[in-house]
Design a protein around this ligand. Structure first.
Ligand SMILES: [Zn+2]
Length: 224
């Protein structure tokens, strides 16, 4: 825990719940404008420095923890991104967006769903639904922030990013049903799933109902 987090944590009682929670993100793929991304990266570095946050770039394709494979994570004190992941830029924007949630101390950040340990310990059940909804709510807010940065810095196609963000959020429903996070394939590689996905970030209310058409498309693509 860094000094800065101790400082922010003392402000509100609720913040104590948020210790050491890691937000996982698989990855998405979009074509990024290199020069604009460099400007964004500079902004991120300055922001993190100003708030006493760390950026850790690891020269690997994936990060791993407790049997879970992911492209980046953010615990509110540091953000980590796997730089050899072909989707590095997307993950970087996503994890930084989580960092802004932590810095702004939004309620969603502290009300994070408990799904990772139950997933690792095979304890996901119908009773886990509310926890999945909390995770989706936090991740959706993160994607909303990411899209704002993409628009502001003209990083890549907003439609492309939003399509993948929706896919990512629906994937949590799939994980709830299948009780399994890790996949051998990228969840963004199914033409059938992509065809079903809107190119505008969907409202939270949409994710409160399982979309079986999308679940079946995920299943057809990911089952092997
Ligand atoms: Zn995330």
């Amino acid at each position: 825990m860094t000094k800065s987090s101790t400082k922010t944590r003392s402000k509100k009682i609720k913040t104590k719940q948020k210790k050491n929670k890691i937000i996982y993100f698989m990855n998405t793929s979009s074509r990024f404008n290199k020069r604009n991304f460099q400007k964004f990266e500079k902004f991120v570095r300055e922001y993190c420095e100003r708030h006493g946050k760390k950026i850790i770039i690891k020269p690997t394709k994936h990060l791993r923890a407790n049997g879970v494979k992911y492209g980046g994570c953010c615990d509110g004190n540091s953000m980590q991104v796997a730089s050899k992941n072909p989707l590095f830029e997307n993950i970087f924007v996503h994890e930084f967006s989580h960092m802004t949630q932590a810095v702004e101390e939004i309620d969603l950040w502290y009300d994070y769903g408990d799904i990772w340990e139950p997933l690792a310990e095979n304890r996901i059940s119908i009773a886990s639904w509310d926890e999945f909804m909390k995770v989706i709510a936090l991740e959706r807010d993160c994607e909303r922030r990411a899209l704002k940065f993409i628009r502001k810095f003209k990083l890549c196609s907003e439609e492309d990013y939003a399509l993948k963000a929706n896919t990512y959020l629906y994937y949590y429903q799939y994980v709830f049903l299948t009780k399994n996070w890790n996949q051998k394939k990228s969840i963004y590689g199914s033409p059938e799933v992509n065809a079903l996905m809107p190119t505008k970030l969907l409202p939270m209310s949409t994710f409160k109902k399982i979309d079986m058409k999308i679940m079946e498309a995920f299943f057809k693509y990911l089952k092997k």
